[in-house]
Each structure stands twice: as C-alpha cells, then as structure tokens.
Design a protein around this ligand. Structure first.
Ligand code: SF4
Length: 272
C-alpha cells in the first residue's frame, strides 16, 4: 500500500497484538488498517472498536466489515477492556464503534454502560468516545452526552460535497448539530475529517468554518489512504507542505484548543 509507514515490531507492539487477540478485543487500528499503528501501539495507545466488528453502513473508504445486521453485543468485552487497561497500565482510552442501525438505540446505552463501568473500575482513566451518528436520534445523543465519558468526539469524515457519493446515509448538517451538542455538554469535544477524494480547497476551508462554528475544542485533518488494494484509491495525495500551510491557516483564523493537521493525522492520533 502506498504511504504505509514501516512497523518495527518491538516487544510492546507484539504484546499489544497478543493481548488484543487473547482478549478478543477489536480495535479500529487493526480493522481500519491504520497507518499509525506501529507508533500508537508502541506508545500504549489504541482505539477500541465496540459493538462488534461489522458495520451496517457502507461508506466506500472504510475497511471495516459491512452487513445489514451487526454482531450480538458481547458484554464480556467490557471486562476484557478493563483487563487490557490493567495489563498496559493505560491512563486514557479511546473507544469507537461501528454504526449499528440495526439496534433501536444505535448502541448508545452500551457506550454509556461501558463508560460507567470503566470509571467505576478506575476513575483516573480518561475516556474519549468517538461516536457514530446514532441515526441522529436525540435520545441516543443525550445518552452519550450524559455518559461518564470525558471527551465526546464525532467525525465529520468528509467535506459536504462528497457525502452523497461516499457517505450516502450520513447527513453533514445533522452531524454538525451533534458536534454543537457535544461542544455544549461541558465536556471536551472533538472532530476530524480526511481529504484526498477530489474536494476543492474551498470545500476544505468551508468544512473547517462549519466545524469551528460548532465550538468544538479539537480538530484533526489528515490524508485519506486506501486501507487495501480493493478500496477506493485517493484522487489526490496532498503534500506535507500543503498540510503545514493548512495547519498555519487554521491556527491564524480559528480558536480551536488543539489541532492536528498533517498527512497521517487521524482523530485518535491527537492526544486530547
Ligand atoms: S491513529 Fe488512532 S486508529 Fe490509528 S493506530 Fe493510532 S489509535 Fe489506532
């Protein structure tokens, strides 16, 4: 795959793979074939993928398995996340999920239960949740806002012009509404999108304006990389200089608390 980073398999990375396998835990790092996996695993960073490994949406750029029905919820997963927190002495976790349009609450109560149990297990562990849109259901979004998570994140994913083609079930405007609610929750909030699908410079800047208007705290922008040979190829690879210039423009024009704008940036790559 183009632009994949080389991984030098040190002890920490090997142990992470082994423990994830033994505990039957999914991560978006592995399922999404993330280019940062070596770097993150060697620093004890990983993003757990809950609600199964099968997504009910069909976004063309994503590597996760897809089907109309997801997997049965596995409540044993909560205990296993606690075990890996202990094994790797994690002081923060990032949790994301597939989209579960086949569940009445989209899995929002499972998110809330997991956060509650993790805080009861160790309230010093910071919990960031990167959520799907829950079909834009207000009750589900409220369940997330009132959960024990410390950081609420929802990715805009793409510029608005590309939604119809690449993210047909998503709704850009409604996702911005979720961000507004996350930003007003009193918790830290975060969003990200990737570029390389044929969007224009104006599309990128407009998306940044739109995200900034929600008042979220953290923003990441990175290059789309095809997760496998069978996936959509990027229409454009932006240079490191382009990202550098964009990063400076964002710093000059907006008041995000933190930004991470670079070729390899991903939402969970930015330490919140
Ligand atoms: S950037 Fe996020 S998804 Fe990628 S390896 Fe790091 S923690 Fe995992």
């Amino acid at each position: 795959m183009l632009y994949k980073k080389n991984i030098i398999f040190n002890q920490q990375i090997k142990e992470t793979y082994t423990h994830l396998k033994e505990l039957e835990l999914n991560t978006i790092c592995v399922e999404g074939n993330c280019p940062n996996i070596g770097e993150c695993f060697s620093k004890g960073k990983m993003t757990f993928l809950i609600l199964g490994d099968t997504c009910t949406r069909n976004c063309l750029y994503c590597n996760v398995n897809k089907s109309k029905r997801g997997k049965e919820l596995n409540f044993g997963e909560i205990e296993n996340i606690k075990k890996i927190i202990s094994l790797h002495r994690l002081n923060s976790v990032v949790i994301t999920s597939v989209t579960r349009d086949d569940l009445i609450d989209g899995g929002s109560h499972y998110y809330a239960l997991l956060c509650k149990e993790l805080k009861e297990f160790n309230n010093k562990v910071s919990i960031e949740i990167l959520t799907p849109d829950f079909g834009y259901d207000e009750k589900s979004i409220n369940t997330i806002i009132t959960s024990h998570a410390d950081i609420l994140s929802h990715n805009i994913e793409l510029t608005q012009s590309l939604y119809k083609k690449y993210r047909p079930v998503g709704n850009y405007t409604k996702s911005l509404d979720i961000l507004k609610q996350y930003a007003q929750s009193g918790k830290k909030s975060k969003s990200a999108f990737i570029i390389g699908f044929g969007e224009t410079d104006d599309d990128i800047k407009q998306t940044i304006y739109d995200i900034a208007s929600t008042n979220i705290h953290y923003l990441s922008i990175g290059q789309y990389l095809a997760p496998s040979k069978n996936h959509l190829k990027p229409l454009k690879y932006y240079s490191h200089e382009y990202f550098q210039t964009l990063s400076e423009w964002v710093k000059e024009n907006f008041n995000f608390e933190k930004i991470d704008v670079s070729f390899y940036s991903r939402s969970s790559y930015l330490d919140a």
